[in-house]
Design a protein around this ligand. Structure first.
Ligand code: SAH
Length: 371
């Protein structure tokens, strides 16, 4: 809580330790904004929704989404929208406040759950929390971009004697040096966190991600909405992915703890399991497929046509390549969604011949249908 990376440093962005998609291109957040609008329409345009973002970084993604909401104000005009940010880093919440409200925020001691509140430059109320459980209940669209990979993992190694947990120990030979060791016997974690059907020899499990995804699923089941999770990750196939980044370079996870971003690929198969059928799930689907389905090519063409200078053209093409190229972020980043079961059920025409036309397919996971 006091010496961790996000409390002390939290360097997202070009001048920090790692760069993320919303920091690379405005198009990324715009397409996600369209995803929420498209889901809001498909779900019958409820008259209020909360946009809840977990780990908003510098606030860039929310800023891009709010710009889309403003541009589509005529569609959203009768809808009461509010923004709820779940952020533990004092430094990043300050950066978010400046980005989204121009710094016009106030601590909110009278409201026990939110620690800060303000109004976005586009006039939407914004609240900050430390925990998803503090966010008020209600119809919500959740967003977690590069959030789950930042949460702590347990590591396990299969041995001849069964599963052992990988632990961190001090090195008796070298002062101030940490090292990995295997637990001499089973631990509570080896007994509780490994799936009985596991076939890998080395696994990383993030129980905190499991708990949070369960909370999202319960909230969506009860109050409606949807969640979009985007992160680098795999569907239960990878093994040793734990690594550190400092100044955009790989950094030994055990040296100078608290000074580097520590990250492990998100295991989407684990998240799906933890949903426990409370909601339907879609994906993971590769970032380049999701963005293509959302119309990134069309958006790029419009931006290219709207600008005359070559530097902007080059920047647009470079950032498109960074997001879409399978060798860069196109293949290793994935999108995953939680949706209420009824969103994916197609009305059975035989039983209810009077029923309306079937719900449109979920954008991103299918081509966006522009009406
Ligand atoms: N979504 C942003 C930033 C990703 S970095 C982007 O794509 O640019 C991870 C974010 O999660 C940071 O904002 C960090 O402060 C926040 N974070 C890390 N651990 C957290 C936790 N346990 N609870 C809430 N936020 C957390």
């Amino acid at each position: 809580p006091s010496q961790g990376y996000y409390t002390r440093r939290g360097g997202v962005g070009e001048n920090g330790d790692f760069i993320t998609s919303p920091e690379i291109s405005q198009v990324f957040g715009e397409l996600i904004g369209i995803w929420y609008i498209s889901e809001w329409m498909a779900m019958g345009k409820p008259n209020t929704f909360q946009l809840v973002e977990l780990g908003p970084g510098r606030g860039t993604l929310t800023e891009d989404i709010l710009r889309v909401f403003k541009q589509l104000a005529s569609i959203l005009s009768k809808c009461d929208v509010s923004v709820h940010l779940v952020e533990v880093s004092p430094k990043l919440s300050e950066i978010q406040a400046v980005m989204l409200t121009g710094g016009k925020v106030q601590p909110s001691p009278e409201d026990k759950s939110a620690y800060m509140k303000g109004i976005s430059k586009t006039g939407i109320p914004i609240f900050w929390y430390r925990d998803i459980q503090d966010v008020p209940p209600g119809y919500s669209f959740y967003l977690a971009h590069e959030f789950f990979d930042a949460l702590p993992i347990h590591k396990f190694q299969r041995t001849e004697k069964g599963w052992r947990e990988v632990l961190v120990d001090t090195d008796p030979e070298v002062p101030d040096q940490l090292r990995f060791v295997l637990s001499p016997s089973r631990t509570p974690a080896t007994q509780n966190f490994i799936q009985p059907e596991e076939t890998r020899d080395h696994v990383e499990v993030c129980p905190e991600a499991g708990v949070i995804v369960q909370r999202l699923a319960s909230r969506i089941e009860k109050d409606g909405g949807a969640a979009l999770v985007a992160d680098y990750g795999h569907d239960g196939t990878k093994t040793d992915t734990f690594r550190g980044f400092r100044n955009h370079k790989l950094h030994d996870v055990l040296s100078d703890p608290g000074t580097a971003d520590l990250t492990a690929d998100v295991d989407f198969s684990y998240l799906r399991k933890m949903v426990q059928g409370r909601t339907a799930t879609l994906g993971p689907i590769k970032q380049r497929e999701f963005l293509k389905n959302m119309g990134i090519d069309l958006r790029l063409q419009v931006l290219l046509q709207n600008s005359r200078d070559t530097a902007t053209h080059e920047q647009l093409l470079r950032s498109y390549d960074m997001l879409m190229n399978p060798e860069k972020m196109g293949d290793c980043f994935n999108f995953f969604a939680l949706l209420p079961h009824h969103r994916l059920l197609h009305p059975d025409k035989k039983d209810k011949p009077e029923s309306k036309s079937p719900l449109p397919p979920v954008a991103g996971f299918n081509e966006l249908l522009l009406k």
